[in-house]
Structure formats: C-alpha cells, structure tokens
Design a protein around this ligand. Structure first.
Ligand code: IMP
Length: 194
C-alpha cells in the first residue's frame, strides 16, 4: 500500500495507526513515485481522490491519500479546503494564526466554534474508489498555545481536553484527531474490501 504524501510527520502517524492492518506502507518517495499533483478540488474528498488517482496511475498497489483543513464557523468555514494556501503557502503559521485570531476579535466563546476535517481516499488496482471523512470539534482560542503539532494546532482549543491540539502529546492527538479518526474509518473499509 502507498500513502500519497511527502509529509514525514503524516507517515509516522499513518504507520502508528495502520500497522496492525498493513505491514508495509510506503510513502510516495519510498515507492519511487514523483508526480505533480494539482489540488484544485472544492471538497476534501475531491482533493484526496485527485492525489490518490495521480499516484495510482503509476503503480499496481492500493493508494491512499488524505486532504484536511480547518473550518471556522464564524468565517463561513474559512480557511477550509484552502487551509494550506491561506495567506500564501509559504506564510509562517504564527502569522496565519494571528490573522485568524484578529478576524475573531470581540467574537464570544460560543461563536468561536471550529473543526478540523480530514478526508481519506483509497484507489484500488481494479479502479474502485472509497472515501471516508472525520472531524474533531473545537473552538478558536484567543492566543497561540503549545509547541507540539503543526499548522493551526496552537489556536485550536479542544474543550474536553482543556488544551489546544498543540498542547497534546502525539498519542493524545492521534486518539481524537480528524486524521486519526479518518484513518481508523479507512482501516475498517480496507478490512471489508481487501
Ligand atoms: P493537507 O491535508 O496536507 O493539504 O493540509 C491542509 C492544511 O490544513 C495544513 O497545511 C494545515 O494548515 C491544516 N491542518 C490540517 N490538519 C491539521 C492539524 O492536525 N493541525 C493543524 N493544522 C492542520
């Protein structure tokens, strides 16, 4: 099985969760596949499928790919599917996070609801395609907190944990995160179909 990502952090998370289902999961690089992928879909599922199909064209293995983002309800679900590109792909996250906090200035706690969403697509050698989606609900904080994780983690506060996702350990985050949940859903799908 190949996971269509170049992100080593994601590969580590994927291997931790999938190890009891598949004993060999390769990244694109490990599989020796390099393709330009246009993520121009308007849904997470579309983007995940675009990535998985592009890699599947070069292999006879099962290919998985994911797409994720942060939806802030008060901002009409921005940055959403454009999360990585919000304010420019190379803009540091402390700037992006500061911008989102300032756009929520004066917005009360109950209206700061947000979620991380993750879709995972699988493309099988016979052409079948499956997608799953999962989310984690939270609130946008008033300042950045925590040094773990990446991206928007320092401003994503999870009320049940009393912490941002940047304050959780890797194991804690995997247990409750959008990606962790979506990976476990995909694992169920693979058990059914493979
Ligand atoms: P992609 O799925 O790799 O395209 O990532 C989309 C973007 O969503 C990332 O670059 C982050 O900005 C954001 N994002 C997705 N998942 C997380 C997360 O777990 N923590 C923080 N930011 C995330």
């Amino acid at each position: 099985m190949i996971f269509a990502t170049g992100n080593e952090g994601k590969m580590k998370e994927i291997r931790m969760i999938m190890e009891d289902t598949c004993d060999r999961i390769l990244s694109m690089k490990e599989a020796g596949i390099s393709v330009e992928i246009q993520e121009n879909g308007v849904t997470y599922e579309e983007n995940a499928l675009l990535k998985a199909r592009a890699v599947a064209a070069h292999t006879k293995e099962i290919v998985l790919a994911d797409d994720s983002g942060l939806e802030i309800d008060y901002l009409n679900k921005e940055p959403g599917v454009y999360s990585a590109r919000y304010m420019g792909e190379n803009t540091p996250y402390n700037i992006k996070n500061g911008n989102l906090i300032s756009r929520l200035e004066g917005v009360p706690e109950e209206k700061r609801t947000a979620r991380f969403v993750c879709a995972i697509a699988a493309v099988f050698p016979d052409g079948r395609e499956v997608t799953v989606r999962a989310a984690i609900e939270g609130r946008i904080g008033y300042e950045e907190k925590g040094d773990n994780g990446f991206g928007y983690d320092p401003i994503f506060y999870v009320p049940e944990m009393g912490k941002t996702t940047a304050e959780l350990t890797e194991e804690e985050k995997n247990r409750i995160s959008h990606r962790g949940k979506a990976l476990r859903l995909m694992k169920e799908e693979l058990r059914k179909t493979v």
